[in-house]
Design a protein around this ligand. Structure first.
Ligand code: ADP
Length: 316
């Protein structure tokens, strides 16, 4: 039914190589790496051989080409990534605190990443796409909202499917309009990919079981809950539950795990695999990505993930 399309921010990321509670202690930094959660997701789809296309924008600068070249190499259709003549490519600096958490310095609002919009090219792509993936975080970008609203309506009307990764942390306060849009997006989702507390946030209730029940009630068809190094769990509408233990790896850089997991899970499902098989590839993609520094440097091909699965133990 056509390619998987992802809409959202495209960034470069500059990454600390040591742990420190300030950027001065976290030296040296390395990069630029191709990044942005939606770009990581679609990179993993393309690397696994699924038909994939990206909608977003970069600046007319070298950082933009880092992204476009990378996604093209991954097999992603980049023809709907627009090049903004006036604004630079968005960027993020990330460092790791001693307590294991991360701190980001973003330049998105005044970058090309926040300025893409609906166009004839985007319309043509959406009109032939079979699946749309949206990150909740994209709803905070006004220009992305319009693209997402239109794209969701078109894809659903032509019998395509929608996946949603809430990608909204509980510290983030959303205004009422964004909350409403988010709720609408969640209820239209065929596949919901929350991590941790986002499950309850997406359902607006507390308690895992209650949240799952509520989400199926509003229309979600399939839920996969990501639990970091503890693994992931699939919930089906029919009451099915599959727990996928995490692979045992040394985490070097957690950025991008959830996006690689989601891109791999979705692509495998679209290629006809069962939830169980798709969970194995998703878990492998997430785990492999955290072993390599850089947001999407560890996104794997089918051969790389097969080799990883064959050679890596899982938690019991
Ligand atoms: P997000 O980045 O969206 O918060 P997670 O951190 O839960 O997502 O990671 C997604 C998936 O990647 C997990 O469900 C797990 O399968 C895998 N993963 C993430 N971190 C690790 C880790 N340290 N070891 C093994 N697997 C991991």
């Amino acid at each position: 039914l056509g390619p998987t399309v992802c809409v959202g921010e495209i960034l470069v990321e500059i990454v600390a190589t040591t742990v420190g509670d300030g950027f001065r202690e976290a030296q040296p930094l390395i990069g630029p790496f191709a990044s942005g959660a939606p770009a990581i997701f679609i990179s993993q789809c393309g690397r696994l051989g699924g038909a994939a296309a990206m909608v977003g924008a970069v600046g007319n600068d070298d950082f933009g080409h880092v992204n476009i070249d990378r996604l093209r190499r991954d097999g992603v259709d980049v023809s709907t990534i627009s090049i903004d003549p006036d604004y630079p490519t968005g960027s993020a600096f990330v460092r790791y605190r001693k307590d294991g958490s991360r701190d980001f310095v973003y330049n998105i609002a005044r970058s090309a990443a926040a300025r893409f919009g609906w166009s004839q090219g985007v319309r043509d792509l959406i009109n032939r796409s079979g699946h749309l993936h949206v990150m909740g975080s994209a709803l905070s970008v006004p220009s992305a909202r319009e693209v997402i609203d239109k794209a969701v309506d078109i894809v659903k009307a032509r019998g395509g499917t929608l996946s949603v990764d809430p990608n909204i942390r509980k510290e983030l306060q959303l205004d009422e309009d964004t909350e409403r849009r988010f709720a609408r997006l969640v209820s239209a989702a065929d596949l919901l990919l929350p991590s941790g507390e986002e499950l309850e946030r997406a359902a607006s209730v507390s308690g895992e079981a209650e949240a799952i029940r509520r989400l199926f009630e509003v229309g979600v068809k399939e839920i996969v809950l990501k639990r970091g190094s503890l693994g992931a769990t699939y919930f089906g509408r029919d009451g099915d539950r599959i727990d996928a233990p995490a692979f045992l790896v040394d985490e070097v850089d957690p950025t991008g795990a959830g996006d690689c997991f989601g891109g791999a899970y979705l692509t495998c499902r679209r290629l006809g695999m069962s939830p169980d098989e798709a969970l194995t590839y998703g878990s492998a993609a997430g785990a492999r990505n955290v072993t390599i520094r850089g947001p999407m440097e560890g996104a794997g091909t089918r051969q790389e993930l097969d080799a990883f699965i064959a050679s890596t133990e899982r938690r019991s």
